[in-house]
Design a binder for this molecule. Structure first.
Ligand code: TXA
Ligand code: MG
Length: 308
């Protein structure tokens, strides 16, 4: 790691210790980080994001061995997943230990934990030593940032320091696995595929629509660009696009390349910047990392409130 990156990381460590907010690159998306053990800093994350306080944050850790510190009686399968996929794009929801303050979890007795793989995040966490609570570094409900520039444009001076680690390699958020029950369940599809989880554990890992956790599933839109999003079958694509254009709407059709996870969020932002009224896409098949892409597109296409 070159000297200027190293210096920026040292500055970020001091900022976190001082209770300030640091945007950090991860392999999935950029996070808006705060010292997970400082209530004031954690509260500011919610304020800057505009996120309801009941909606829990993920705590980022330097290494898998720290799972025991931050969780209480994590099941064997959670340890297996940690061993296999950390560092990497997987978040484990486990029963929290007393080290986790209620501000992080919105008062729930579980906590989301993740060891990110991005070298800058890894080095920061190692130097910092504690946990960094970090949601994606976007305003609540909007598209997650996959470059440092996206973060600066979204959050401006509300973030004290932005560490630039280049474009995110994975491009969609981590897979969130609920490990509080007898068997694991996927709460959010992401960078680690369902197939890989099943293969590792040798058991089925269902995707659940969350009803028992306070999560963005209940909200009308999420991962949303400003333009409206429409998902159409491939054989209806040209007809639907023509109809929209005939009524004077500006339409951007996402290409297959733009539906790759590492391109998706940047493509949604570019469509907004080009002044699109509609973003139209043919949804990918629900397998592999396509499941995560499909999930984000469906949430972006969900009905929106009449205003605001
Ligand atoms: O890839 C990622 O996960 C990124 C990077 C920065 O690590 N972070 C991220 O954070 O996407 P956020 O806050 O935007 O999304 C976290 C997700 C939310 O859907 C939240 O509901 C879920 O994880 N989550 C966190 N803690 C939870 C808990 N205790 N129980 C259930 N769900 C939880
Ligand atoms: Mg988010």
């Amino acid at each position: 790691m070159d000297g200027s990156v190293e210096a920026a990381i040292q500055e970020a460590v001091l900022a976190l210790r001082a209770g300030r907010l640091v945007a950090l690159p991860t392999e999935t998306v950029y996070g808006l980080g705060a010292d997970a053990e400082q209530p004031g800093a954690v509260r500011r994350v919610f304020e800057v994001k505009g996120r309801p306080r009941s909606h829990p944050l993920i705590v980022h850790l330097a290494e898998a061995a720290m799972l025991g510190d931050w969780s209480d009686r994590a099941p064997g399968y959670a340890w297996e997943l940690a061993e296999r996929f950390w560092p990497g794009p997987l978040t484990l929801v486990v029963r929290k230990s007393s080290r986790v303050i209620p501000d992080v979890t919105g008062g729930q007795d579980s906590v989301g934990l993740r060891v990110p793989a991005h070298p800058v995040a890894a080095r920061l966490l190692q130097e910092f030593g504690g946990g960094v609570a970090a949601p994606s570094a976007n305003r609540f409900g909007r598209v997650s940032p996959t470059t440092a520039e996206h973060v600066r444009r979204d959050l401006g001076s509300d973030v004290d320091l932005v560490l630039d680690g280049g474009p995110c390699r994975v491009g969609v958020e981590s897979t969130v696995v609920d490990c509080t029950g007898v068997v694991p369940r996927i709460l959010r599809p992401g960078g680690v595929t369902r197939e890989a989880l099943i293969e590792t554990l040798g058991m089925d890992v269902p995707v659940v629509q969350r009803s028992d956790v306070r999560a963005p599933g209940q909200l009308p839109t999420h991962y949303a660009p400003r333009a409206q999003v429409m998902l159409v079958a491939v054989d209806e694509l040209s007809e639907r696009v023509d109809l929209l254009r005939q009524t004077g709407q500006r339409v951007v059709v996402l290409t297959e390349a733009e539906l790759a996870p590492e391109r998706l969020f940047a493509a949604l932002r570019e469509a907004d910047e080009s002044g699109a009224d509609w973003i139209v896409a043919v949804p990918p098949a629900p397998s592999g990392v396509g499941l995560a892409v499909l999930d984000r597109l469906q949430k972006a296409a969900a009905p929106r409130p009449a205003s605001g």
